[in-house]
Design a protein around this ligand. Structure first.
Ligand code: AMP
Ligand code: ZN
Length: 435
């Protein structure tokens, strides 16, 4: 059984990989300079010519691109191929501001699907598997990306899209799905629904899940693995760079291998833009070296994480990125303290609560307020006021130990917080609405 989808690329020596990246980068910079006036202007302003980029070591000389550039150049300003050569458009999920769009030639779609096939193969998928795609289909890259990867890997593909959860489970059972692809929050919901239908993991054939498109914690991973009886693999990507499959997890489950033959990663200081050494936490930046239609150079993702070249037991030599801690713009500053939603999720699940929660931040009388509503599991449910108050106090104490600030915790009854079928919205910051 094949362990890798493209063994030559996935296990290439770092020296050869650097050579390959350098060759591709040089070509790509010329392609962009000649075909994308928007980026040519940025290079000219910085005084960089395509000839100045001779290897990966020169990457830092190129200007960055940010979401603001994509909005300014919307919709066609960063296109490097005639529209007649493009076959597909996708769009970001756009939780903040105007959505941006990305274009693909057939060649771009093929390479992207290979990246997803690598992820499916790493999760043990092959032609004997039934792969249920429960990411949303449409402009969002999740559904179409994993769908294409599943086809390539030869799996029997079940294009469910998201939603209609009981039917997901019915098909999963009737058709013997072995791999589930969806967001982690939807996987948790599917696990909960399985239980509510009076079923257990023994009633389904699932063995693996490929979950991504939103941040999720190790605690959430364990909870999903238990509820569905599977091994859960992380997958990372973003529309601007292609979609899911920019990086994928292997059986070691300790960070995601970046498909470096297509995307060169860098970690930078988000304040100064300076490139940081391996092992530092910073903002992830990608340079796309094989895409034709929408080849972004030094795109700032706003995702915060760490890269590592530590040897991986799976045999892949591709560099690994740790689970992103969230986007730099997910970070909330509450009473002067930096807070990531993932820190709160860790405490909630550790303390035995469900992954169904809502964080609300506001400002009252010039002071930031932090309210966290958490569902009790049916076995934690109590109608005695005192019991609930004691539990709320204990949980608030545990969160204070983690964050250093005191939240107000509200334990709410089971099933009272809306479930997510795609990317979960777990934070409402009303301070932004006031501005
Ligand atoms: P979109 O292109 O709209 O689907 O959003 C891409 C963004 O989703 C990334 O920049 C990340 O912030 C987030 N994301 C995708 N996959 C993951 C993952 N596995 N873990 C954490 N965040 C993720
Ligand atoms: Zn590995």
């Amino acid at each position: 059984m094949a362990k890798y989808w493209q063994e030559d690329m996935e296990t290439m020596s770092p020296e050869d990989m650097k050579k390959l990246q350098s060759e591709r980068l040089v070509k790509q910079v010329h392609h962009v300079y000649e075909n994308v006036p928007y980026y040519r202007d940025l290079m000219d302003k910085k005084g960089v010519k395509p000839e100045d980029i001779r290897s990966v070591d020169d990457l830092h000389k190129l200007p960055f691109l940010s979401k603001a550039d994509l909005r300014e150049a919307y919709p066609f300003g960063l296109l490097a191929k005639p529209l007649s050569d493009c076959v597909r458009i996708h769009s970001t999920s756009g939780t903040t501001g105007k959505r941006v769009v990305a274009f693909y030639t057939q060649h771009d779609v093929d390479l992207w699907e290979d990246c997803c096939a690598r992820a499916i193969t790493a999760a043990g998928g092959n032609e004997d598997d039934v792969c249920q795609i429960a990411y949303g289909y449409g402009l969002f890259t999740g559904g179409m990306g994993l769908h294409g990867g599943s086809h390539k890997a030869g799996c029997l593909t079940l294009p469910m899209s998201s939603g209609n959860t009981e039917r997901q489970i019915q098909f999963m059972r009737d058709l013997g799905a072995t791999i589930l692809c969806c967001t982690p929050s939807y996987a948790a919901y599917i696990g909960e629904t399985l239980h509510d239908m009076g079923l257990t993991p023994d009633d389904i054939k699932l063995k693996a899940g490929i979950f991504g498109a939103e941040p999720w914690t190790e605690e959430m991973r364990r909870s999903i693995e238990k509820s569905l009886g599977i091994k859960a693999y992380d997958i990372f990507g973003l529309t601007e760079i292609s979609g899911p499959g920019v990086a994928f997890e292997c059986e070691e489950q300790s960070g995601m291998h970046i498909n470096e033959d297509h995307f060169i990663p860098e970690i930078i200081d988000p304040e100064t833009g300076e490139v940081l050494p391996e092992g530092s936490v910073g903002e992830l930046v990608f340079t796309s070296i094989t895409k034709e239609a929408f080849p972004l150079l030094r795109y700032r993702t706003r995702d915060l994480c760490v890269l590592s070249r530590k040897k991986c037991s799976c045999g892949r030599t591709l560099i690994k990125m740790a689970k992103p801690m969230g986007r730099s713009d997910d970070m909330m500053i509450i009473r002067g303290v930096n807070v990531f939603p993932s820190q709160i999720e860790t405490v909630l699940i550790e303390q035995g609560y469900s992954p169904n929660y809502l964080i609300e931040v506001d400002r009252k009388n010039n002071t930031d307020t932090l309210d966290i509503s958490v569902e009790m599991n049916p076995d934690q449910f109590s109608d005695k006021m005192k019991d609930v108050q004691d539990k709320e106090k204990a949980l608030a104490g545990a969160i204070k130990t983690m964050l250093g600030i005191n939240p107000k915790v509200h334990l709410v009854s089971p099933k009272s917080i809306a479930r997510s079928e795609g990317k979960a919205v777990r934070v409402i910051d009303r301070r932004k609405l006031h501005d």
